[in-house]
Design a protein around this ligand. Structure first.
Ligand code: ARG
Length: 473
């Protein structure tokens, strides 16, 4: 780094750029147009806790490498703590602060003077930004996991009380078969469970430390990288410095995990938006999670859910933006990668804002279980009726045909399936006894579905035990 003499020589030449980590080889400072496009501090400012953390660890590493004395490192670490306090209070960056790494370097100079110029020994912003971004992703995946788990918790809590409530399950959005309301709620629980597994995987993939890679070829100082990694909470170190500074896969993994979570949240949201419409009337949104219309006083709008429905557009857009940024870049670090953080932060921010609102919506809505139950018609038990024949050794194809005829007859007569006379049943199939009609009850239909993973009451009770176990992990 620049020593005092060079710094003053530079100010004599009146370079306009202020505190910089580079520039000695240029006769003039950068053009304002370049400064404007090159500046990333508005986006990467939030990396400061991670940059401080890794810089403190780096100072300790430089002692081991014989670059810094223990005293110097101590001064630096205490100085970095003071810088962190200032950043936490919201220091305003100067126009000349190019990025968060430069800002921290400038503030450290303010705090400890010239010894600060020794910190940037054997490291580059290339391995620095890769390391800080990975620390950020590790933290962000944990934060999102907490929020996703809270959504699961509320689904499970509500499901526990609704094991006896029945509703239609839909395929093609057509009434298909009766299920317990708990079973429907838990369907969303398990989707989020997969998202949480992906979040954990993304955090694990981010947990490989690039620090010590320098700009591209590896640090020229004997840094104990495994020790540095342990200190920073990484599980391992990168094995190739070229790959380490040019790798943004961990961000793509994180964005893919967030995309999955957004997809699942959007599907839960769409179920609830439909169920909350007057046409369904299955749920009513709580006041705290409803918005009104500026024109129509009667409106009760589920805005959070609609924003959840829209969220995959933004998060997937962020993923596409990142992947397109990586595409075709030559190996090693490229300034293109400065554009990686905007989509990453956007997706994390949105997710962390959205999930509590969706969770709150689910927590505060009321279920109209009578309305849900009344949406079940006996035709939805047509499969159960066919299964009744199958239990008497009729092939399913023949049974399907017989019940299909009954459904058509009921439709033409404009009555429910269970309102057809005995004679119709016998005409449809001679093996239809009086007991067949019992198959047309929704509760009987559920009791038939005790296969693990099915909607039978015992199967759902077992499912709830599994869900509790998943939450406890
Ligand atoms: N702000 C830069 C980024 O986000 C930091 C790395 C700059 N490295 C460099 N060689 N100019 O990517």
């Amino acid at each position: 780094m620049a020593n005092a003499k060079r710094t003053s020589a530079r100010s004599v030449r009146k370079k306009a750029a202020g505190h910089q980590l580079w520039g000695g080889r240029f006769a003039t400072g950068p053009d304002p147009a370049l400064v404007a496009i090159n500046r990333s501090i508005d986006v990467d400012f939030r990396l400061w806790p991670h940059d401080i953390q890794l810089s403190k660890a780096w100072a300790a590493g430089l002692v081991g490498a014989g670059v810094l004395s223990r005293r110097e490192a101590g001064t630096m670490r205490r100085g970095l703590d003071r810088v962190a306090r200032r950043l936490g209070k919201g220091v305003k960056p100067l126009r000349s602060d190019e990025d968060i790494h430069t800002l921290i370097d400038r503030l450290l100079h303010e705090e400890v003077g010239q010894v600060a110029s020794r910190l940037h020994t054997g490291r580059s912003r290339n391995d620095q930004v890769a390391t800080a971004s990975r620390l950020y992703v590790m933290q962000a995946m944990r934060d999102v996991d907490v929020a996703a788990r809270a959504l699961q918790r509320v689904c499970l809590t509500r499901a526990r009380k609704l094991t006896g409530a029945l509703m239609p399950a839909y395929t093609h959005l057509q009434r298909a078969q009766p299920v317990s309301v708990a079973h429907w709620l838990l369907a969303h629980f398990w989707a989020v469970q997969r998202d949480r597994e992906r979040l954990a995987t993304a955090a694990h993939r981010a947990g490989v430390m690039p620090l010590g890679s320098g700009a591209i070829a590896g640090s020229a100082f004997r840094i104990n990288r495994p020790r540095l990694a342990r200190e920073l909470g990484f599980h391992s170190i990168s094995q190739n410095s070229i790959d380490a500074v040019g790798d943004r896969d961990f961000m793509a993994d994180a964005l893919f995990a967030l995309t999955g979570l957004a997809l699942h949240t959007s599907r839960l949201a769409e179920d609830l938006i439909l169920f909350g419409s007057s046409e369904f009337g299955f749920v009513r949104f709580g006041d705290a999670f409803s918005t009104g219309s500026s024109m129509m006083p009667q409106k009760r709008n589920p805005d959070a859910l609609e924003l959840a429905r829209a969220s995959p557009a933004r998060v997937l857009g962020d993923l596409v933006s990142l992947v397109a940024t990586i595409k075709g870049t030559p190996s090693g670090y490229n300034k293109d990668f400065q554009e990686d953080k905007r989509p990453l932060f956007d997706a994390v921010n949105l997710t962390l804002q959205l999930l509590p609102a969706v969770t709150g919506t689910v927590r505060t809505l009321t279920f109209n279980v009578a309305k849900m139950r009344s949406a079940i018609s006996s035709a939805m038990m047509a499969t159960d009726l066919a299964d009744y024949l199958v239990r008497q050794r009729v092939t399913f194809r023949e049974a399907h045909g017989a019940v299909g005829g009954l459904v058509r007859e009921a439709e033409i007569a404009g009555v429910e399936l269970d309102a057809l006379p005995e004679s119709s049943f016998l005409a449809a199939h001679p093996l239809f006894q009086r007991s067949a009609r019992r198959e047309l009850g929704a509760d009987a239909s559920l009791r038939n579905r005790e296969v693990p993973g099915g909607t039978g009451p015992k199967a759902v009770a077992a499912q709830i035990v599994m869900a509790e176990a998943a939450l406890a992990r």
